[in-house]
Design a protein around this ligand. Sequence first.
Ligand code: PEP
Ligand code: MN
Length: 338
Amino acid sequence: MMVIVMEPQAPMDQVSTVLRRLEDSGVTPHMSREGSRVSIGVTAVLPLPEQEALRGMRGVAEVSGVRQPFKLASREFRPHDTVVNVSGVEVGGGRFVLMAGPCAVESEEQVFAAARAARDSGARILRGGAFKPRSSPYAFQGMGLPGLLLLKAAGESVGLPVVTEVLHPEMVGPIAEHSDMLQVGARNMQNFALLEAVGRSDRPVLLKRGMMASIEELLMSAEYVLAAGNSQVVLCERGIRTFETYTRNTLDIAAVAALKQLTHLPVVVDPSHATGRRELILPMSRVAVAAGADGLIIEAHPCPDDALCDGKQSLTPEMLRDVGAALGPLCTALGRSF
Ligand code: PEP
Ligand code: MN
């Protein structure tokens, strides 16, 4: 992987000339613009004479290699934070984002009530699973497409975009049609066909860390999406498996701080799957803000004890309001906004 950094004020025709030259030599350029800084990444090692020729072109400031194994995801390629736009809601833009909603869409009544609770808590994105990856084939698998339509309608009723999980590459198109953001779940973090399929989509992607995946593996999975052409990726730390059984997983909070250093992509925390316990969501939400996360994704249900999926970790509407209320002052104290 090589990065060609243009001079700060290089005019567009100089950028185009470089892009054309790269295309003519058979490589696909990935352009990234941050203010006046334009950088162009190519996922190939260019022969030395070609590197020299590029260095001599008008408007080119620098031609260098990226040392990290993840390339387009690295801060070497793009030093400044990426802002992911979810139908008007910016993730990674400095304003902390709360995403909330049920684990699974169960009924019209349930998802509309969950949407109202999400909005009332200050959440700006509604979550909800219509296609659920369950450990048991006998467990509730989600309502499927009818559930997705209910989620979308519930989001519209409160003015929130929706994020929902996609399990199969062939479902990316149909799900993208009725949602604002595609979630790739922990169990699918290394489903490379799925990563490439969401990478070809024009919807932003919420990529969850696999429960046994290293930080580098998470970034390499993000790289699949970026390399396929989709630059709108949000990473999610959702806990990893350890020897501890009191909590469902172990929230790897150091991963949040590490990811913020390694990558320009936004990072959110899912304290629900990380802990499996609703009484731990508020304290872990505070920790997420303090660690530098760009947002939270939290499960909430109008009546968690009746939930068909993940009830023990789901907040009541009142508890979700308390989390939302805690985030404002905390973000302000840390020089952020909510
Ligand atoms: C979910 O968000 O409901 C989910 C299944 O999460 P994960 O993929 O992190 O287990
Ligand atoms: Mn869940």
